[in-house]
Design a protein around this ligand. Structure first.
Ligand code: TMP
Length: 211
C-alpha cells in the first residue's frame, strides 16, 4: 500500500487559455516521473457530477439564477471530491483537475456577484472546505484567449462562454485578486507562446512538490 498521499493540483483560468492541452502535457511528464496521475475536470469528473454538468451547461443563458447555479456547482464538487479526488489521493496518486472551487469564486462570485464568503460556505458544506495543494491560474490576453476558444469550438461555446466581455473581465480580475490574497497556494502563469514553453513554466512550479 502507498502511504504517501498524492498531490492535488487545480488548473484555472478563463476560456481558451489552453488548460486541457497543458493538463495532458503535465500528466505525461508526471507519469514519466513514475507517478500515478488522475486527470479530471469540473464541473464533472464523477458520474453524479457529470449529470449535474449537463444540467448546468446546457440550456439558455439565465436558465439558472446565480444562487441555484452556485449550489449545483457545489453539489457536483461534493460528489467529485468524495468519489474521485480523495480516493485517488489516498491511493498515492496525483490529481490534476481542470477547474475547482476557485472557478466558483471567480464565476459565481466575481462574475455573477455572489459574495466570496457565501461561495466558501457552500464549499465548506459540500466538500468540508477541501482545497488544492497548488492552484495554477493560466493568464492570457483576452483577445488571444477568445481567438483560441473560437478556433477550438467554432465560436459556438457553452452558455458560460457566450457571456459578454465585461463578465470575462470580472472573472479574470477575480482570479488575479485570489492569487494576490493567497500567494502560496495560487500562482499566475503566463499562457502565451508555444504550448511546450507554457508546460515548462508549469513544471517549474510542480517541481518542489515532487517526491
Ligand atoms: P470548461 O469550459 O472549463 O469545461 O468549464 C465550463 C464552464 O463552467 C466554464 O465557463 C466555467 C464554468 N464554471 C463555473 O462557472 N463555476 C465553476 O465552479 C466551474 C467549475 C466552472
Amino acid at each position: 500500500m502507498n502511504l504517501t498521499r498524492g498531490r492535488f493540483i487545480s488548473l484555472e483560468g478563463g476560456e481558451g487559455v489552453g488548460k486541457s492541452t497543458q493538463l495532458k502535457a503535465l500528466a505525461a511528464a508526471l507519469e514519466r516521473h513514475g507517478l500515478g496521475v488522475v486527470v479530471t475536470r469540473e464541473p464533472g469528473g464523477s458520474a453524479g457530477a457529470e449529470a449535474i454538468r449537463t444540467l448546468l451547461l446546457e440550456g439558455e443563458p439565465g436558465f439558472w439564477g446565480p444562487r441555484a447555479e452556485a449550489l449545483l456547482f457545489a453539489a457536483a464538487r461534493s460528489d467529485h471530491v468524495d468519489k474521485v479526488i480523495k480516493p485517488a489521493l489516498e491511493r498515492g496518486e496525483w490529481v490534476l483537475c481542470d477547474r475547482f472551487h476557485d472557478s466558483s469564486r471567480a464565476y459565481q462570485g466575481g462574475g455573477s456577484g455572489l459574495s466570496d464568503a457565501d461561495i466558501l460556505t457552500l464549499h465548506r458544506i459540500g466538500s468540508e472546505g477541501f482545497v488544492p495543494d497548488l492552484t495554477i491560474v493560466l493568464t492570457l490576453d483576452e483577445a488571444e484567449a477568445r481567438a483560441r476558444a473560437k478556433s477550438r469550438d467554432g465560436g459556438a461555446g457553452d452558455r458560460f462562454e457566450q457571456r459578454d466581455d465585461g463578465f470575462h473581465a470580472k472573472v479574470a480580475a477575480a482570479f488575479r485578486s485570489f492569487a494576490a490574497a493567497e500567494p502560496d497556494r495560487i500562482k499566475l502563469v503566463d499562457a502565451s507562446g508555444a504550448p511546450q514553453a507554457v508546460t515548462e513554466r508549469l513544471l517549474a512550479l510542480l517541481a518542489p512538490l515532487l517526491p
